[in-house]
Design a protein around this ligand. Structure first.
Ligand SMILES: Nc1ncnc2c1ncn2[C@@H]1O[C@H](COP(=O)(O)OP(=O)(O)OP(=O)(O)O)[C@@H](O)[C@H]1O
Ligand SMILES: [Mg+2]
Length: 471
């Protein structure tokens, strides 16, 4: 396959961290996050490290650890590496609990993969898609923005939003926190797509599209829909498919409206006049994407066959008011059905505190305590990658540039060599070494990196006692 047929994808996730203290002093969330990173700092001498599976793990200011998956080309690899990130951060929490206990603090730390904390702060899950540089960016974004505004119908994580005694079930966690359509800044103004031009690849050929708008997703099938539908829409746009003008008059208003309308039928004002519903918009894009996929010969190829089937079934479920058709696969529907049945069983008002607790527990990444792993074991949350594949992804990089980085990091760690790296560069911190620049994210074999690793191995015997499971 040529590079055009493949696409590099990575997901960055910011986690929420909560702690409850039973005994001893209490710590602020920022301090808890710092405890979480003690193990990382001990391992990599920094709170911003690259791991041997090719990922990046870091703590900026504040209390939200971030895990950015390695560059993947296989959609199921993205799922495995995204899940691996949950377990790696959970490991840090387990370790931090132990350290706190040793210091006389009896605490439970919760790692939450959601997008809004109890104070209303929002944190993100950013998707990165490698796209071709040629052609005008607007040709992609003109369609991509309305697609993303309505994509929540198939990929929203759902949120019980309570103000006083008023409870609203929202389709999306993130929708209320988007303030612009396009922008080159992420935090100041929160755009749907960030156009900052930092491709981590040959800038003559590629761009890295930074999608800020998505919810963090726990359900594997929902993550597949999130990245799979977007990949298909990008593919058809890159192939030059003529798409009718779908632009919305006010994307930022529309995204909130769609989030408040689980029926998908509320009319959204179009830029060219008239209205369209979220369901119709998604239906139109699905039809175009299906036709494109059939023409490109990928409609029956895994996992695109699954993406198209589930995309279609989800829209049909919403259209026919039969959400049970996707209640083990689409996250906002899964969560809604759990909350509804719990409220029914216990006769709870929609704003009941216990329902809000359930909503939080949904996002708990703990493999035994979290609701999604529990539903998985009960056969009520469909999975696509098994535990063994996720466990492998905690240590093994995907077969992309990430493999070069991962192998380098592992060798340097084993031989206790000081090193620096980022997505593109690898360097040993000594005067003699030159920086190896890995510009092509598809390339997983490189003689220069092999030489670099051989020079590490020749320099000293390996240091085998490696700390825990980070790295
Ligand atoms: N050429 C590429 N194309 C698409 N995705 C890429 C490419 N190179 C790296 N990525 C992915 O982009 C993500 C970068 O994560 P990182 O957190 O460093 O993002 P950033 O936007 O560069 O920086 P920050 O979050 O600090 O603003 C990773 O998930 C990585 O796998
Ligand atoms: Mg990031």
């Amino acid at each position: 396959m040529s590079a055009v047929d493949r696409r590099i994808i990575g997901i960055e996730t910011e986690f929420g961290v909560n702690a409850t203290f039973r005994e001893g002093p209490r710590l602020a969330p920022e301090e808890v996050a710092r405890y979480l990173f003690r193990k990382v700092v001990a391992w990599g001498r920094s709170s911003n490290v690259f791991l041997s599976n090719g990922s990046r793990l870091y703590l900026d200011v504040g209390s939200h650890p971030e895990y950015a998956t390695a560059e993947c080309v296989d959609l199921l690899d993205v799922l495995a590496h995204d899940k691996a990130g949950e377990l790696i951060v959970q490991d840090l929490a387990d370790d931090a609990e132990q350290r706190l206990a040793e210091e006389g603090m009896d605490a439970t730390i919760y790692v939450l993969k959601n997008n809004v904390d109890s104070r209303g702060n929002s944190y993100g899950s950013h998707e990165n898609y490698l796209i071709r540089r040629d052609g005008r960016l607007e040709r992609v974004t003109d369609t991509l923005v309305p697609f993303l505004v309505t994509r929540q119908l198939v990929s929203g994580a759902g949120r019980l939003h309570v103000v006083g005694e008023r409870a609203t079930y929202l389709v999306s966690q993130r929708a209320d926190h988007m303030w612009e359509g396009l922008s080159s800044a992420t935090t100041r103004s929160r755009p749907i797509i960030n156009t900052r031009d930092e491709p981590h690849a040959d800038p003559e050929r590629y761009r890295r599209l930074h999608v800020i708008v998505g919810d963090s997703t726990m359900s594997q099938t929902t993550t597949l829909l999130r990245i799979g539908t977007t990949d298909l829409v990008l593919r058809m746009l890159e192939a030059g498919t003529i798409v009718p003008d779908l632009a919305l008059a006010n994307p930022v208003q529309a995204i909130r409206d769609v989030s408040r309308d689980p029926t998908g039928r509320r009319p959204l004002a179009r830029q060219r006049g008239g209205t369209i519903t979220a369901l119709d918009m998604q239906r139109e894009l699905l039809e175009l994407a299906s036709r494109y996929a059939a023409g490109a010969g990928i409609a029956d190829t895994a996992p695109y066959d699954q993406v198209l089937e589930l995309w279609d079934r989800t829209l049909h479920a919403i259209d026919t008011d039969n959400l049970a058709l996707v209640d083990t696969e689409v996250e906002w529907v899964m969560k809604k059905s759990l909350l509804d049945s719990y409220a029914d069983r216990h006769g709870l008002a929609p704003h009941d505190e216990r329902l809000q607790q359930l909503d939080l527990a949904w996002h708990d990444v703990h493999p035994r305590r979290g609701l999604v792993p529990i539903l998985q074991r009960a056969g009520r949350a469909r999975t696509l990658v098994d535990d063994a594949r996720v466990a492998r992804a905690m240590h093994e990089p995907p077969q992309t540039r990430a493999r070069l980085r991962g192998d380098f990091v592992r060798a340097a760690q084993e031989h206790r060599r000081d090193f620096t790296c980022d997505w593109v560069h690898l360097k040993l911190n000594d005067a003699a070494s030159r920086t190896v620049v890995c510009k092509d994210p598809f390339v997983s074999v490189d003689a220069r990196v092999e030489e670099l690793i051989a020079s590490i191995r020749a320099g000293s015997a390996p240091h085998t006692e490696r700390p825990g499971s980070v790295g």
